[in-house]
Design a protein around this ligand. Structure first.
Ligand SMILES: [Zn+2]
Length: 172
């Protein structure tokens, strides 16, 4: 496996392992249409020797508006805020981790939000797009690397026009 986990406690590592198993199970039985090259990238990150992705604990991020996670290149920072949501039980971490894996696989915000919310329910920890996300979608012309969004119907489809999901109403 090519996820290199650094700086987490053993409890946090267990939470990450649970999240990872959930993602692997869904990858084996896709919850929605997923373009083949995205599946390939995800499998490579999870199962192949390359690419090596560093998963690093970011602490509290030192700010009030710390995100749950962020990624750049082949590095994912997971903040305390994301880990805190795992204390209850299973793995609300899975959607956070999955979202960042989509970015590592070169997905844009629309791709990451779409597949996060298509693969996971809100009860499982998925977070529908925020106002800021919608602003970004607009700036990026409602397009992602693998999907596009009709802002009127909120329908997200891949470029073969297969329905991925319909987003909930845009927050005001
Ligand atoms: Zn994102």
């Amino acid at each position: 496996m090519a996820l290199r986990i650094q700086g987490f406690t053993s409890a946090q590592r267990r939470a990450i392992a649970r999240g990872r198993r959930i993602i692997e199970r869904r990858l084996a039985r896709l919850p929605c249409p997923v373009p083949q090259d995205l599946c390939g990238e995800l499998r490579a990150i999870l199962f192949a020797d390359r690419p090596v992705v560093d998963l690093v604990y970011g602490g509290d991020g030192g700010g009030h508006r710390t995100p749950y996670a962020r990624s750049a290149g082949y590095r994912i920072l997971l903040y305390r805020r994301a880990m805190a949501s795992t204390s209850r039980d299973t793995s609300q971490l899975a959607p956070v981790l999955f979202h960042e894996l989509i970015h590592i696989a070169r997905g844009w915000e629309l791709d990451a939000e779409a597949f996060e919310n298509a693969w996971f329910t809100q009860a499982e920890g998925a977070r529908p797009p925020t106002r800021d996300d919608w602003t970004l979608f607009k700036e990026q012309h409602y397009r992602g690397w693998w999907v596009c969004l009709d802002p009127r119907t909120r329908r997200v489809a891949d470029y073969a026009d297969r329905l991925v999901l319909t987003f909930p109403p845009r927050p005001r």
